[in-house]
Design a protein around this ligand. Structure first.
Ligand code: SF4
Length: 424
């Protein structure tokens, strides 16, 4: 029976597929692992170690019960993912995990598993030599430093010996630092990119070629500028695979593009080289003052310009908004309603989200604003007509839970580079 189990879920699938690829490429034999989405299978196998990866919003799900059952059976539990990085003490002390992986996991996970194996799956002082861990040793909380993987492309995006596939992470890190977002603090402010030859090689395994990146049009650049030559080189290099029958989806699920990168020249590339005729952008608010307050850098005019260009080139815009932002007034919400109406009148789709304070972000301790009656009526009416999608309704309750959690268990978050500055 395998001694180590990987608790896969729909949400952590992509992260684990990449980590399994990294483990395998460093010499770890994946046949030693039980990799499953079926928790009962893990219980039956009685593994010595179980790997988890989750977001903060998942801590109220089945996770607590699973941890309890596994702890009763004596398993050592390891947590990775955004919650463990932003709230390691909560992860260990409250959720009951034994080890939290802090940072980019490719190297640290390999070192952790091989060290644990040698120590018969006990926490020993050998773990102090591995950067990227938090755990208790002799009753003391220990943090060994943030694990960074500058050249993440040293590791393949998926394993060879196990039939698992996910969209390929082609870029990592983001320089924009939007105050509600965890990405820059966990993946760094400088964008790094997987080389084109690798992307082409690994894309062969996909029928629909899809990619993970914070901003698909920033491929090849440090992140804040457009490198059209590099973007074009990537898309061109994927054309032989399209000719073999694969479809190329770029700038749409599971990634998106920033509005100011939507230009005639980027859209022309998609028209020539990609199969999607939908493009996802984040507008977030219809009020320039709110965009400035959340450090989005772009303005409303960039969103409108992006949508006009998309329509001109035959793309259906999919536009994200966040409602209930900190210090958002009724007037700000009116401006967002106006922009949403305008998007819908142009044939675009709106996705509405309620503001959720995430640990490890500058806005972690900010309070959401209540939705005005006008906003509630508008969202309800448009959702009923199928013009707006998104789960803002459920997110209101989730947002309350997040606030209570952060108030009660606040801890200074770990960060890839700069400290996370609270701006509330
Ligand atoms: S929301 Fe997007 S653009 Fe803003 S920091 Fe996060 S990844 Fe970057």
């Amino acid at each position: 029976m395998p001694e180590i189990a990987v608790r896969m879920t729909k949400r952590n699938h992509n992260a684990f597929v990449h980590l399994l690829g990294a483990l395998e490429s460093q010499g770890f034999d994946l046949s030693e692992l039980l990799i499953t989405r079926d928790f009962r299978e893990i219980l039956q196998a009685k593994p010595k170690v179980v790997l988890y990866s989750f977001l903060t919003e998942e801590v109220w799900g089945p996770l607590t019960e699973e941890v309890k059952l596994l702890k009763e059976r004596g398993a050592l539990l390891i947590a990775g993912g955004y919650h463990a990085i932003a709230m390691p003490k909560h992860t260990l002390n409250r959720l009951g995990f034994d080890i939290a992986v802090i940072g980019e996991g490719e190297e640290v996970l390999y070192r952790l598993l091989t060290t644990l194996k040698k120590a018969r799956y006990r926490i020993t002082k050998e773990l102090l030599n591995i950067r990227g861990l938090a755990f208790h040793l002799n009753g003391d909380f220990v943090f060994t430093g943030f694990a960074r993987v500058e050249d993440f492309w040293r590791f393949p995006p998926y394993p060879e010996s196990v039939r698992l596939i996910s969209p390929i992470e082609i870029s990592r890190g983001c320089p924009f630092g939007c105050y509600y977002c965890q990405t820059p603090y966990i993946k760094g402010f400088r964008m790094r990119h997987r080389p084109i030859d690798q992307i082409v090689r690994y894309s062969r395994r996909m029928r629909d070629m899809r990619y993970i990146t914070p901003n698909a049009f920033a491929y090849g650049s440090p992140g804040a500028i457009l490198r059209l030559d590099k973007l074009e080189a990537l898309l061109k290099a994927l054309q032989p695979l399209r000719k073999e029958g694969r479809r190329l989806f770029y700038g749409t699920f599971p990634s998106e593009v920033r509005p100011e990168f939507v230009l005639p020249e980027t859209l022309e590339l998609l028209v020539d080289y990609a199969d999607n005729r939908r493009l996802a952008i984040g507008a977030q608010s219809g009020d320039d003052a709110m965009l400035k307050a959340m450090h989005r850098i772009h303005r409303v005019e960039h969103v409108q310009r992006a949508i006009e260009y998309m329509l001109e080139y035959g793309f259906e815009p999919v536009v994200d908004f966040i409602v209930g932002l900190p210090n958002e007034t009724e007037e700000s919400q009116e401006k967002s309603i106006e922009l949403m109406k305008w998007v819908i009148s142009k044939g675009g789709r709106v996705r509405a989200h309620y503001f959720m304070p995430l640990p490890g972000t500058p806005w972690a301790r900010c309070k959401p604003s209540p939705l005005s009656d006008e906003m509630k009526r508008f969202l309800g009416r448009m959702a009923a007509k199928g013009k707006i999608e998104g789960s803002w309704g459920n997110q209101i309750e989730l947002s309350r839970k997040l606030q209570r959690l952060i108030e009660e268990f606040y801890e200074e978050p770990m960060s890839h580079t700069v400290p996370v500055r609270s701006v509330c």
